[in-house]
Design a protein around this ligand. Structure first.
Ligand code: NAD
Length: 244
């Protein structure tokens, strides 16, 4: 895929999947502005560190990317947090964090980016949902699953509503991916991450859970002209693991 001349904003850029997306976009010729709480670890064309829970930061990211890169053709809303437990073990702080990062921030970024991208001829937005955000939520992750269902639904709605402006909005829905998000969960529960990842891989028909690049390649496809007729799609990337 050729991204020469394209300008992209990637959130969650210092995380497992985010860093893979940034590396692959840049290797394919794009200029990339990276957003995360700390972005020093990521090679990029522009660094826009900040906290997505800060409303004015999220609202201002698309304009900041345009200021830094001279335009904006691609937005990847990839940042996310996972809160574990059933509703009865969920605090107000869990609610605010999950809704704030997983739903409100991408809403704010899309709302700000869409008119700016439309003004300059359109572009592509890819949101990161989850296999757990659809028909088959996983157990004991009530808030996480609900927020991923919300971003999936928002993607479908925005995909319909903004296609006429030349903006394609789709989502990738990964199953388990070998990133700090998954590994830290194993650690917190007292499991060795390498052993747990290997064991989890046995439940996947392809024989392993996803690596970040497996997801990044699908994100790049959705952001590319090869996906030019796709709007509002929720693309599952699950190694054949049934989700329902
Ligand atoms: P990760 O924890 O490695 O990366 C997430 C990134 O988001 C981190 O760099 C973190 O700093 C950033 N972030 C979180 N809160 C933020 C905030 N308030 N402000 C700014 N940045 C913030 O996780 P990952 O696995 O790479 O996850 C990327 C996306 O993929 C997430 O949306 C996640 O829900 C989704 N996903 C992951 C899996 C998986 O198994 N790892 C499965 C399905 C979906």
């Amino acid at each position: 895929m050729d991204f020469q001349g394209k300008r992209a904003l990637v959130t969650g850029a210092a995380g497992g999947i985010g860093a893979a997306i940034v590396n692959r976009l840049r290797a394919a010729g794009a200029q990339v502005a990276v957003a995360d709480r700390m972005t020093d670890s990521v090679d990029a064309d522009a660094h826009l560190p900040g906290d997505l829970l800060n409303e004015s930061y999220a609202d201002g990211l698309p304009a900041a990317a345009i200021e830094a890169l001279g335009g904006l053709d691609i937005v990847i809303n990839n940042a996310g947090v996972i809160t574990r437990g059933p509703v009865t073990e969920t605090s107000d702080a869990d609610w605010q964090l999950s809704m704030g990062v997983n739903v409100e921030a991408p809403f704010r970024i899309c709302r700000a980016a869409i008119p700016l991208m439309a003004e300059s001829g359109g572009g592509a937005i890819v949101n990161t949902a989850s296999c757990w955000g659809g028909k088959a939520p996983g157990p004991n992750h009530a808030l996480y699953c609900m927020t991923k269902a919300a971003i999936a639904s928002l993607t479908q709605c925005m995909g319909m509503d903004h296609a006429h402006q030349g903006i394609r909005i789709n989502a990738v829905c990964p199953n388990e991916v070998n990133t700090p998000m998954l590994r830290s969960g194993f650690e917190k529960r007292g499991f060795d991450p390498d052993t747990a990842v290997a064991k989890l891989g046995q439940s996947v028909p392809l024989g392993r859970i996803a690596e970040p690049d497996d997801i990044a390649d699908v994100v790049l496809f959705l952001a590319s002209d090869a996906a030019r007729y796709m709007c509002g799609a929720l693309v599952e990337v699950n190694g054949g693991k049934p989700v329902s």
